[in-house]
Design a protein around this ligand. Structure first.
Ligand SMILES: [Ca+2]
Ligand SMILES: [Ca+2]
Ligand SMILES: [Ca+2]
Length: 186
């Protein structure tokens, strides 16, 4: 299987378009964690949320130099626009696997869901209930950890879960902000 992706004809124009948008939002060309938070317009009072945004930032920051540059930004845009479902799920898996040991445990999932609830508002299901539900559904061998395989297979075959995961960090939001410019908070 060739994993090489063909670059569409309009790619340079599109790149240029995003480049000018990116530079307008971030004139230095290097987006810091602080600017990233401001760009996403996420209120930063909850330590869980701070931790979560930091994780998202670290995943964008591919070379780990503490900034998101244009190329890293474009890599994320590409994932949003052209990424296949399992590529996106791999991205989410990386986001959830906080200690990077290749498995998502309950504590990791719980901390993500708590942060999401703090950002998106609380639902009638607690973060604990969510976490337990997810493990009940997709932890096939019942060892309390989700491997990448369990995660991808499980989420792909469950529409509700897929929606939940996609909402946990809406990548297209980042795109929207860059497209339309940041909302000016008065
Ligand atoms: Ca970087
Ligand atoms: Ca882990
Ligand atoms: Ca398992």
């Amino acid at each position: 299987m060739g994993s090489q992706e063909s670059i569409p004809k309009d790619a340079p124009a599109q790149m240029h378009h995003y480049y000018s948008k990116f530079m307008r939002e971030c004139p230095s060309g290097m987006l810091s964690l602080h600017e990233f938070k401001r760009l996403l317009d996420i209120p930063g009072t909850d330590p869980q949320v701070d931790l979560y945004i930091k994780r998202v930032f670290d995943i964008f920051d591919l070379n780990h130099d503490g900034f998101i540059d244009f190329l890293e930004f474009i890599a994320a845009i590409n994932l949003v626009i052209r990424g296949k479902i399992d590529q996106k799920l791999k991205w989410y898996f990386k986001l959830y696997d906080a200690d990077g040991n290749g498995c998502i445990d309950k504590k990791e999932l719980l901390s993500i869901f708590s942060a999401i609830q703090a950002i998106n508002g609380y639902t009638n299901m607690s973060a604990e209930e969510f976490t337990n539900m997810v493990f009940q559904k997709i932890d096939v061998n019942n060892d309390g950890e989700l491997t990448l395989e369990e995660f991808i297979n499980g989420v792909e075959s469950d529409e509700d879960l897929m929606e939940l995961i996609s909402k946990s960090f809406d990548l297209s939001n980042v795109l929207k902000v860059i497209q339309n410019g940041r909302r000016n908070s008065v």
